[in-house]
Design a protein around this ligand. Sequence first.
Ligand code: IMP
Ligand code: MG
Length: 194
Amino acid sequence: MQAGIQRVLIDRGRIADRVKELGAQIAADLARDASPAGEVVLVPILTGSIVFVADLIRQMPLKLSLGVVAVSSYPGAATQSRGAGIRGDVPTDLGGKHVLIVDDILDSGRTLGLMRRLIDAQRPGSLRVCVLLRKPAASRREDVPVEYVGFDIPDAFVVGYGLDYDGHFRNLPDIAVLGPPEGQTARTPAPETA
Ligand code: IMP
Ligand code: MG
């Protein structure tokens, strides 16, 4: 087990199975909406969704394009959201298109609330949100409709499969709970380096 990881919550096999199901379902829904000549655009929220979206699009046999957005909500070594800030451009040509926002996790809801409003204002043909993980409703500051959820998880800080703590652990193939190994306690919840 990598240093800093308490336990694996969702292993790579379960993730792969679920991503396959999600891809098939989303592709069918978008194909129906976009028929016969509509355009499908996925808007992955970077950096956390990078691994998820790479796997998801390969399970979607459909003509689509990507319009990435970079959002920061956990500056540095923090495990509490401090509000969402956009660090770059949001695609501005989404009017009439069939848009799917893709994010790694729904926590406070601020990131996805902001993105939904910004994209809705462009009057897309349809707008949906897909998250790999969803924390319990008690974590929510903003109620955001989410059409597709990979897994509902407990209120723990998780890393891996694109999710980070202070920039690290994104390359872990499984989704794991951050912290000292089970049975041990530590004054600091996590090391600075992976
Ligand atoms: P929200 O705006 O609070 O919903 O936060 C969403 C963003 O915060 C996600 O896209 C993640 O980048 C980050 N985040 C929320 N919870 C976790 C976690 O448990 N581990 C790692 N990143 C998280
Ligand atoms: Mg993050």
